[in-house]
Design a protein around this ligand. Structure first.
Ligand code: ADP
Length: 520
């Protein structure tokens, strides 16, 4: 804005100076196409000069006038009391005027800086000063002294000074605009400078406004910055820090805090929650797979052992039987061992076939009208010899009368489950009484097999129904088994629409239950 004002101020001042100079340019122009002037140069009429040329000094407030003939001799000069210097027009200027017809320039004299306007003189018929040859030269000089400047000051409203060409004035008041205009000689050499300075209230107001605007702007920037700082802290930086902390430390406790965060971070918090849940599930699945793998390996090793033992029995005692000298009693004993080993092998193989059928989804349920009491009686008699062998007692309980004990279910599966449970009860007790049977409970038939054996630790009571699980054999060395019996039983019970569970106290005994829907 200051530059704009400065530009405008300079233009105004130059226009003013041009106006002042134009007066003398016009005077010089008007006087120099004049027949009378041309003839006066020839006959050197001093009186004519005095009345016509010197009058310029009074009429136009000029300070010096002079006339030269074509031989560049000074033939007339006159000046005001303010300008006493005489004959100061240089030969070079005169020669320059010969060619140009009009010149105006500045020169510095002891009295001050003067503005010189000159033109060649021609007849009245040649106002353009170009058709005829010059008949002489007229110079009109104005002294730009204190008087002249004093008159300019009120018109311009500015402080004006004429200073040497290479000087400069430093204005201390910031509300002032200063401009300088160089005054040049006839050959464009700087001879002096016009220095104008003017107070512009607008600058003061503008500066004040700029200051207010600057302070307001700075304050807005600071407030915006602070707002941004706190907003980003709350909305972005704090939650981002939480996110990176979560990524690094995987601390679940940080998730609720992230869920409280605004906007998208809540979503990220939920994603973390999901991710951690999936990670946990994955970890559990991995552990389970590893555990299964271990169990499978242990199962296979055990199975190999379980198969090899009766096989060795069969092969070993068959070999012994070849001896013809064996007593009848020995032969019978060996045959019993071979039969026993064969049954064990068959049991294992049956279990393996059953579990693979179950896993392949090929095990079918055959529902038929089944008399439960008959199953109980069959089991009772089936285990009679074994019970006797271990010197145990077997008791059974029937929940329904013979003619009411009919249920629509899979006879063979109920049979197999009960055989398995009673067999286990004998295997893991080898003492006391085994009680088994069924009772009607709500709309179900609830079977049970109770023993007084080693019992099962609380933490194993669920897993024994899973594949390949065998509780560490500790008490009875004879507790061989495939670890598949309860798994098969559980699958059968579920196929029949029921459930199986155990209640047991280690050292005191176990009671296995399974229920099936009661539909006759
Ligand atoms: P196994 O062929 O080993 O008997 P099961 O699936 O029938 O396989 O039984 C799994 C495990 O459950 C057994 O190894 C045993 O540790 C435990 N178990 C089953 N029945 C009894 C029971 N009546 N008393 C104590 N432990 C039992």
């Amino acid at each position: 804005m200051t530059n704009l004002m400065q530009e405008q101020f300079k233009n105004e001042m130059i226009t003013l100076l041009n106006l002042k100079q134009n007066t003398y340019k016009e005077v010089v122009y008007d006087y120099t196409y004049w027949d009378e002037f041309v003839s006066t140069i020839k006959n050197k009429d001093n009186e004519w000069y005095q009345s016509n040329i010197s009058s310029i000094l009074g009429s136009f407030h000029a300070d010096y006038v002079c006339v030269y003939d074509t031989a560049l001799n000074l033939i007339y000069e006159d000046g005001s009391p303010d300008l006493l210097s005489r004959n100061f027009i240089t030969l070079e200027t005169l020669k320059a005027l010969q060619g140009k017809r009009f010149i105006n320039y500045f020169q510095v004299l002891p009295e001050g800086t003067i503005s010189i306007n000159a033109a060649s003189i021609h007849p009245t018929s040649d106002p353009t000063h170009s058709k005829t040859k010059p008949e002489g030269y007229l110079f009109v000089i104005k002294l730009w002294g204190d008087d002249f400047i004093d008159k300019l000051i009120p018109i311009s409203g500015a402080k004006i000074k004429i200073i040497p060409p290479h000087d400069s004035i430093i204005e201390s008041n910031p509300n002032y605009i200063t401009v300088t205009h160089t005054l040049t000689s006839w050959d464009e050499e700087p001879v002096a400078q016009m220095h104008f300075s003017k107070e512009f209230r607008a600058i003061f107001v503008f500066r004040q406004m700029s200051l207010v605007i600057f302070i307001t702007l700075m304050l807005s920037i600071i407030i915006t910055w602070l707002l941004l700082y706190f907003i980003t802290k709350h909305w972005v930086r704090k939650p981002l820090k939480l996110v990176s902390e979560l990524l690094i430390t995987e601390k679940h406790e940080l998730i609720p805090e992230l869920l409280k965060a605004p906007g998208e971070f809540k979503l990220i918090g939920n994603l973390f929650k999901l991710l951690f849940k999936q990670n946990k599930e994955l970890q559990e699945a991995k552990e389970k797979a590893e555990e299964n793998e271990k169990l499978k390996t242990a199962f296979l090793a055990n199975m190999a052992h379980e198969i090899r033992t009766p096989m060795n029995g069969i092969l070993g005692f068959s070999e012994l039987l070849k001896n013809r000298n064996l007593s009848k009693q020995k032969q019978e004993e060996f045959l019993n061992i071979i039969e026993d080993s064969g049954n064990k092998l068959l049991y294992i193989i049956n279990n393996l076939v059953d579990i693979s059928k179950i896993e392949a989804g090929q095990m079918k349920v055959i529902l038929e009208k089944t008399n439960l009491n008959e199953i109980i009686d069959y089991i009772y008699h089936f285990f009679g010899p074994k019970i006797e062998k271990y010197n145990m007692q077997l008791a059974c309980s029937k929940g329904l009368a013979q003619d009411l004990a009919f249920v629509n279910t899979d006879h063979d599966k109920i049979n197999a489950i009960l055989i398995n449970l009673v067999n286990n009860a004998i295997k893991y007790s080898q003492r006391g009484t085994i009680t088994f049977g069924y009772r009607l409970k709500d709309s179900c038939i609830e079977f049970f097999v109770k023993d007084e054996g080693q019992g099962i630790e609380k933490n194993m009571q669920e897993s024994i129904f899973e594949r390949f699980i065998q509780v560490e054999k500790s008490i009875f060395k004879a507790n061989e088994g495939s670890g598949l019996g309860l798994t098969i039983s559980k699958s059968y019970v579920e196929m029949l629409g029921g459930k199986i569970w155990v209640e047991s106290e280690p050292g005191k005994g176990s009671q296995f239950f399974f229920s099936i829907p009661c539909q006759s």
